[in-house]
Design a protein around this ligand. Structure first.
Ligand code: HAM
Length: 421
């Protein structure tokens, strides 16, 4: 026997019962996006590597260590998208739908990051993305938070906490960065290996360290908040006021810095204690400089992405079950003539909107009825020689112990429609 080939590490098969829960979540999300006037955009899975390096940031973990990058046959460096924001901005510039316009967009699909797989963290995972362009004020920041909140409500997901912060604008951040580097330099002996590396490349990310031994050092570090420019402070106040007015609870988390470099001002995350180490279900923020940075005209923007694996896990923890609409009838066929008639009957029933499974692969009546039972149908329709000769169908109700009934083939669809209504 040849060796069995398993799936690539960190990439999951989603089996039908789980897919059914995914579909419930996806349907709810689509309904919420539409309720807020967001329109779907679909972007490619592959982009030029440079797009991600220039947007997410060369020194971020994502770009430095986690991208699936390869050369295609013409020698171009391509990358499987680790997130969708950069692609949506690229598409917006390329198709000219950002400049001097407002746009509310959503997108969804698989993303790829070469991270160490563990529960809630995979190498292929799925996001829903929400992005709003052309609106500079905190009202839109509040709107997308409300949108997320509505989705949690709709799915009855509890236990999510909203953390917010402001990262200010790049100029004010530069001064802060300098001060932060000086602080950590003077405490070099207390930094772990990861933080020493980040000290050079991405010092703000040290604040995000989960290492318990560094928490005191981090708590005493200078605060970005004290370096916020006035306009960013005002923006943040406005954002908080809008959340207060909408009755959305939040905590200001001064250590919230996010793992991508393009953020300006508002950043936020929805986190939970119910998923173990991978606690962030949804994260995002404002990225007012990114469109310009990627070659477009200055355009304010904000968005977030939610991790579907994590959200689905919460929904399952709260008791969601597969609720696929299976077939309603199973056509059992005995004899070659009946087999042909069965296929035709199944097509006729499907034309009338009845979900029908037709027995394939032979078998006696007992084994066919066993398959019908396993398929969870309400009715088995029996077609044997006698039935085909008389143009009738024998109907067996598998949920009730009632007598079998013989129904003329010409009336079977209306009979079933009545019974299934
Ligand atoms: P992100 O924080 O990198 O942001 O990812 C957003 C969410 O995707 C996370 O909160 C998490 O739920 C999920 N996620 C990320 N990595 C993994 C993984 N390896 N396995 C499972 N789930 C994962 C972004 O991607 C930004 N593009 C969000 C954004 C949109 N900001 C502005 N617009």
């Amino acid at each position: 026997m040849s060796k069995f080939i398993q799936a690539v590490r960190g990439m999951n098969d989603l089996l039908p019962d789980v897919v059914s829960v995914w579909q419930q979540v996806e349907t709810a999300a689509r309904a919420v996006f539409e309720a807020y006037g967001y329109r779907e955009i679909r972007v490619p899975l592959l982009e030029k590597t440079e797009l991600f390096a220039r947007s997410i940031g060369e020194f971020t973990d994502i770009v430095a260590k986690e991208m699936y990058t390869f050369q295609d046959r013409s020698g171009d460096s391509l990358t499987l998208r680790p997130e969708a924001t950069a692609s949506i901005v690229r598409a917006g510039i390329e198709h000219g739908f950002l400049h001097n316009q407002t746009q509310r967009l959503w997108s969804g699909g698989p993303m790829f990051r070469y991270e160490r797989p563990q529960k809630g963290r995979y190498r292929q995972f799925h996001q829903f993305d929400v992005e709003a362009f052309g609106m500079p004020g905190p009202d839109i920041d509040a709107e997308i938070v409300l949108l997320g909140n509505r989705l949690w409500r709709m799915l009855d997901v509890q236990g999510l906490q909203l953390e917010i912060n402001s990262l200010g604008m790049p100029d004010s951040r530069a001064g802060y960065r300098k001060e932060l580097v000086e602080y950590f330099q003077s405490h070099r002996d207390q930094l772990d290996e990861d933080s020493l590396r980040r000290l050079k490349s991405n010092p703000l990310r040290i604040l995000d360290s989960k290492n318990p031994q560094m928490q005191k050092l981090i708590a005493d570090a200078p605060s970005l908040f004290d370096h916020l420019d006035e306009a960013s402070s005002e923006h943040f106040m406005g954002f908080k006021e809008q959340l207060d007015r909408a009755g959305i609870a939040y905590v200001v988390s001064k250590r919230l810095v996010r793992g991508l470099d393009y953020y300006t001002r508002t950043v936020f995350e929805w986190t939970t204690e119910r998923l173990g180490a991978q606690a962030t279900v949804c994260g995002g923020g404002r990225y007012d400089k990114l469109v310009e940075q990627l070659g477009g005209k200055p355009t304010p923007a904000i968005g977030f992405a939610l991790g579907l694996e994590r959200l689905v896990e919460m929904v399952i923890q709260q008791g969601a079950r597969a609720e696929a609409e299976g077939p309603s009838v199973y056509i059992a066929v005995l004899g070659s003539q009946a087999e042909r008639a069965g296929m035709k009957l199944a097509e006729h029933l499907r034309d009338k909107g009845i979900r029908a499974l037709c027995n394939c692969g032979g078998g006696n009546l007992k084994s066919q009825l066993r398959r019908a039972d396993k398929a969870g149908v309400r009715f088995a329709l029996l077609l044997g020689e006698e039935e085909t000769r008389q143009d009738i169908v024998t109907v067996k109700d598998l949920r009730q112990d009632s007598e079998q009934r013989q129904v003329p083939q010409a009336e079977i669809s209306s009979y079933l429609q009545q019974q299934l209504a």
